[in-house]
Design a protein around this ligand. Structure first.
Ligand SMILES: [Zn+2]
Length: 292
């Protein structure tokens, strides 16, 4: 098994075909490693833009890529077929830092080639996800490549980080320090139909309480003080991502504002629940049901 580390630079631009913004790839960098993680060869090229006419200032600043670099580059389709030829027929796993680059590559492929599937992509691993698993960092916060390198004791200043392929080099060094064959192989995904479905899925917040995705059993509240079920004394209202209602615990004579958020993920629904005890006494406020 060879590992192909890929890093992309892109320019956010307006795609007239889809009437929406798209991240157009402007540079591809890649480094191939053998099974001992030694470098075999590298690939680097600029892409002549076909969608965007202008390079965003922030992109120029961040990447030091100029319009002239891009004008001297190759069209996306040609660059991708060169990349495919460079990877060759050997069994490989594509590795990127975070899945952003692979999402963008799929998006560009679809936009410019009308194809849903990237031909050279058979196995894939997100090294950022693997890093977070090995280092046991919070899944809620994504760790950037430089920050991760520092956490791994790599001297980031020793790397010039201007070209995509430089980022690949730093990614490769992080990979070497994190690599555990058994653990990493568990992290590799087959690029099947489900893989593409998962990557192109956009999570969303459910705002209709009658949706079949809303687990009605989560719309109850057990009083945290006495452990008994509280009664709901208002309608559910949806605002700022949460369904909100007021509950009353007769044992404790307390009113509680309860919020429940349902977020649809590719194959599950993530539920968040909040509760706050209302400080006013209920007898002072006859209109409790509307207050939330
Ligand atoms: Zn209670």
């Amino acid at each position: 098994m060879h590992f192909v580390i890929i890093d992309l630079e892109w320019n956010n631009t307006y795609g007239r075909k889809t009437k929406s913004f798209i991240n157009e790839i402007i540079e591809i960098g890649a480094i191939m490693l053998d099974e001992k993680l030694a470098e075999v060869s590298r690939f680097s090229c600029f892409i002549k833009s076909q969608i965007g006419k202008k390079l965003r200032g922030s992109v120029k600043e961040l990447t030091h890529i100029t319009k002239e670099d891009l004008d001297g580059g190759m069209p996306f389709t040609k660059a991708l077929s060169e990349l495919r030829r460079w990877i060759g027929g050997r069994e490989n796993t594509v590795v990127t830092w975070g899945d952003g680059d692979i999402r963008v590559m799929i998006e560009n492929y679809r936009y410019l080639n009308g194809l849903e599937v990237i031909p050279f992509l058979t196995n894939y691993a997100d090294l950022q996800g693997y890093f977070q698993r090995v280092m046991k960092t919070s899944p809620a916060r994504q760790v950037g490549l430089s920050a991760a390198a520092e956490m791994l004791g790599i001297n980031v200043e020793g790397y010039s980080l201007h070209r995509a392929v430089d980022d690949c080099e730093l990614t490769a060094e992080c990979f070497r320090r994190l690599y555990d064959k058994k653990l990493f192989f568990e992290h590799i995904k087959k690029c099947d139909h489900d893989f593409y479905g998962r990557l192109s899925f956009k999570p969303y917040i459910i705002s209709n309480i009658n949706s079949t995705l809303v687990d009605k059993t989560k719309l109850s509240y057990i009083c945290e003080s006495c452990g008994e079920p509280a009664e709901r004394i208002s309608e559910w209202k949806f605002s700022s991502r949460f369904f909100k209602a007021l509950f009353y615990c007769p044992n404790c004579n307390e009113r509680i504002k309860v919020g429940v958020c349902f977020k649809k993920l590719y194959d599950s629904v993530e539920i968040k629940k909040t509760s706050v005890i209302v400080v006013d006494r209920p007898e002072e406020d006859s209109g409790a049901a509307e207050v939330i």
